[in-house]
Design a binder for this molecule. Structure first.
Ligand code: UD1
Ligand code: CA
Length: 468
């Protein structure tokens, strides 16, 4: 019998040790908010309408960040403990039949497999609940799992409330549970804050149910690191590292070469094709997709961009929301800011900045240029130092350059302006008017050579000033 699963994710706590103005669960690790990882894992067990996030501190921020997932929210105005978080959820949740799985918003490493094991353990045992446990070297800070002579779980005792003998137990409560909804909701209001912290402990449900003749059992995992909850920024960095490792590993196993993988940052939604090479310290972010046989140079940052096959990004290049077709080369030290489209075989060299620009097939801009709001057709050669003056202090204007045009070095194109196909611009020109197809545009002062000028100047300087 596959009973439906309802998931409650506790995320109301303040997270004091983060020392932050933002809610703990909205800190990021592995390219996502902490709580997003938990929601995504929960989505493997159930549908969004059966996922409830208990929020409290900075509730509005958490709610708006998670709205796209279509999950529900429960407001816990005052945080009086993990048990209290469920007590205030009773109105919304006690009508949900089947099973109740309880997770924490600050535990992003939990795997679907583990939760499936937890739910399966409840199903096969038929127990009122199953708690996730692990044997720990040092369980300090965790609740300890106490059992009777038959090995039956009787209660969980918190660090603050435990006697020395109880605290000597090394089986720790990981804080994740699967309960049968009916007995859980029938007894939840029996929790009492009779402990040193005066909190309502969710862990006391084990004892409450045990006493009511509804035994709770345990599901033990081997590696407690999987349920590592984040309390401070050191743990945040650790978890980020683990999640990044998982992603880079996945890429490598799918046929991507990653050099010095521990230095590379890849966001979860990024894809890369076979035989692509990612050099050290590269960052592939957002919704970036990369084709086959590409090379992403060291220290480059690629964000929300689409790269075709055989694209080469030289070291220290930055690419944002751009589309680079097959065989494009960019960098080293290129900056493709946003909304650029580089067609097949286009080349962009060092210290070239592009913004909202199309660079046609096989077009080149190899050195030191700014090309903004430009439409540059195929086979155009943009010389070193070319600048499109797209902004007059008020508005942006377009520049259009026709196929096969040659833009001499250090040209300044005052937009709006159009250079026809096959035209030439003389180096150093300031172009303020359209240049027709196949014409030469020259816009600079004609050179004057003054014979002997330099030699005379030298003599003048050497001669002592005549005294009057
Ligand atoms: C809890 C368990 C402990 C277990 C440990 C594993 C209790 C009483 N103890 O302790 O046995 O070993 O987890 O990590 O449950 N939260 C709310 N509302 C509240 C209080 C907490 O939403 O009123 C949320 C927090 O934001 C956090 C989670 O619940 O995400 C856990 O709370 P926390 O206070 O950190 O419990 P632990 O001390 O870790
Ligand atoms: Ca905790």
């Amino acid at each position: 019998m596959n009973e439906p699963v309802t998931v409650a994710i506790l995320a109301a706590g303040l997270g004091t040790r983060m020392k932050s103005r933002r809610p703990k669960v909205l800190h990021r690790a592995g390219g996502r908010y902490l709580v997003e990882h938990v929601i995504r894992t929960a989505l493997a067990l159930t549908t969004p309408d059966r996922i409830f996030i208990v929020i409290g501190h900075q509730a509005d921020q958490v709610r708006s960040a998670l709205e796209p997932y279509g999950v529900h929210f429960i407001h816990q105005a005052e945080q009086k403990g993990t048990g209290h978080a469920l007590m205030v959820s009773a109105d919304a949740l006690s009508g949900m039949d089947g099973r109740l799985v309880i997770l924490y918003g600050d535990c992003p490493l939990v795997r679907v497999k583990t939760l499936e094991g937890l739910v399966a353990a409840q199903q096969t045992s038929g127990a009122a609940g199953v708690i996730l446990t692990a044997i720990m070297e040092d369980p300090t800070g965790y609740g300890r799992v106490l059992r009777d002579a038959d090995g039956q779980v009787t209660r969980v005792v918190e660090q603050k409330a435990g006697t020395p003998e109880q605290l000597a137990v090394r089986e720790a409560n990981m804080g994740l549970y699967c309960y049968r909804a009916a007995p859980f909701w029938r007894h939840i209001q029996e929790l009492r804050p009779d402990n040193p912290a005066h909190e309502y402990y969710l862990t006391d449900m084990v004892e409450v149910l045990h006493r009511a003749g509804e035994p709770v059992t345990s599901y033990r995992i081997d590696d407690p690191r999987e349920v590592l909850g984040i309390n401070d920024r050191v743990e945040l960095a650790m978890v980020d590292r683990l999640l990044r490792d998982r992603k880079v590993r996945e890429l490598m196993l799918s046929g991507v070469t990653v050099e010095k993988p521990e230095t590379v940052t890849v966001d979860p939604d990024v894809t890369a094709g076979m035989d692509t090479v990612i050099e050290p310290f590269a960052q592939l972010l957002g919704r970036t997709t990369i084709g086959q046989d590409c090379r992403i140079g060291a220290c480059s940052i690629i964000q929300d961009s689409e790269l075709g096959d055989q694209v080469e990004i030289g070291a220290f290049s930055i690419v944002g929301t751009s589309r680079l077709e097959q065989g494009v080369h960019a960098g080293p030290f290129a900056r493709l800011r946003f909304d650029n489209h580089l067609e097949a075989g286009a080349h962009v060299g060092n210290f070239v900045e592009l913004k909202k620009t199309r660079l046609g097939a096989d077009a080149k801009a190899m050195h030191l240029a700014y090309l903004g709001d430009s439409d540059i057709a195929e086979n155009v050669n943009v010389g070193a130092g070319t600048i499109t003056c797209n902004y007059d202090g008020y508005r942006k204007y377009p520049t259009r350059i026709g196929a096969g045009a040659f833009i001499g070095s250090n040209s300044t194109l005052i937009a709006p302006v159009e250079v026809g196909p096959g035209a030439y611009l003389a180096a150093g020109s300031v172009i303020t008017e359209d240049v027709p197809a196949d014409a030469l545009g020259v816009a600079r002062v004609r050179q004057v050579n003054k014979e002997d000028w330099a030699r005379k100047r030298r003599q003048l300087v050497k001669t002592p000033k005549a005294t009057p």
